[in-house]
Design a protein around this ligand. Structure first.
Ligand code: NAI
Ligand code: A1CAB
Length: 271
């Protein structure tokens, strides 16, 4: 069961669309995917973009599904899962929750099933196959179900397993929310380039390719970030001046604060 033949998404918002985009680029056929989404415009958008089947009815979506991905906001997951529970009893599909903060024990209580549950924290670069997801499952989840969850998330990018559920709050703060931190840096870098006199298109090309290039270099060489940074930084040169300004401005501390704040919010959502 490494690649399920049918997968149902409950909630067809930003993260579900990113995952469906990744699955579709990885060769999954649209007929394998069903999305339950109350918003008619979003349903139309999903079927236009990816050719997937859609419905407004969560119960209908899970009928016969081998895997169910819960992709609604954490704040409504309880209501959605409690309503869906009776539909899942008896067919016990693999249920994957991507909701920030919500512990598996809480989800299991809402669903009222004893079927396999895997908690996943993906991120939106999944849309272009460049996501990274962290997965967690309790010990009683079989190797087969773990491999199925892993195969789905690998269609959207890299996969890591974490050993403790508490780590999912940290993962959420680092890689779940992380794309937004980098987008903020991109926005600021573009603004700065424009303020210094470049046109917007040139500014964007330089900012985006610099970010992508730095990430590719770190990934492909495996060298520590500090070593890669030192290779850019000629003594007495331009980078040293730029980095001094960043350290003075507190970028490092700000990122540490951001991760701590986001992880705390994840814990709050789960409590
Ligand atoms: N956006 C992101 O970058 C990430 C989001 N997540 C998680 O993914 C989940 C979804 O987040 P987003 O996609 O950002 O939110 P979103 O608001 O874009 O999507 C949620 C979707 O659920 C639909 N919905 C509302 N009530 C529903 C119901 N009763 N039944 C079925 N669908 C319903 C909404 O119409 C909406 O389209 C959240 O739990 C979030 O924590 C996880 C990782 C990253
Ligand atoms: O902002 C959020 O709560 C979700 C979870 C991680 C990314 N987006």
């Amino acid at each position: 069961m490494a690649a399920p033949t049918s997968i149902a998404f409950i909630g067809g918002g930003n993260m579900a669309a990113s995952l469906i985009g990744g699955l579709s680029d990885a060769g999954w056929t649209p007929g394998q995917v069903m999305v339950a989404e109350p918003d008619a415009e979003r349903r139309r958008d999903l079927s236009d973009r990816f050719g997937v089947r859609t419905t407004a009815d969560n119960s209908e979506a899970v009928q016969g599904a081998e895997t169910v991905v819960l992709a609604v906001k954490p704040q409504i997951l309880g209501t959605v899962a409690e309503a869906l529970g009776p539909d899942l009893r008896g067919q016990t599909p693999l249920v994957i929750s991507i909701a920030a903060g919500i512990p598996l024990a809480k989800l299991r209580g809402w669903l009222g099933t004893d079927g396999p549950l895997v908690r996943v924290m993906p991120n939106t670069p999944a849309l272009v196959g460049a996501g990274v997801s962290a997965l967690y499952a309790d010990d009683d989840v079989s190797e087969q179900h773990r491999l199925t969850a892993q195969a789905i998330m690998q269609a959207a990018g890299e996969v890591v397993w974490v050993a403790k559920e508490a780590h999912m709050d940290i993962v959420t703060a680092v890689s779940g929310s992380g794309p937004a931190y980098f987008f903020l840096i991109l926005e600021a870098l573009e603004e700065a380039a424009v303020a210094e006199g470049l046109d917007r298109e040139t500014a964007r090309t330089l900012a985006v390719h610099t970010a992508g290039g730095a990430a590719a270099l770190a990934r492909d060489t495996g060298e520590p970030s500090a070593v890669l940074r030192s290779r850019v930084t000629s003594p007495g040169g331009t980078t040293a001046r730029g980095l001094e300004a960043l350290e003075r401005g507190g970028l490092r501390t700000a990122l540490m604060d951001a991760v701590a704040a986001a992880a705390n919010r994840s814990r709050e959502l789960g409590s």
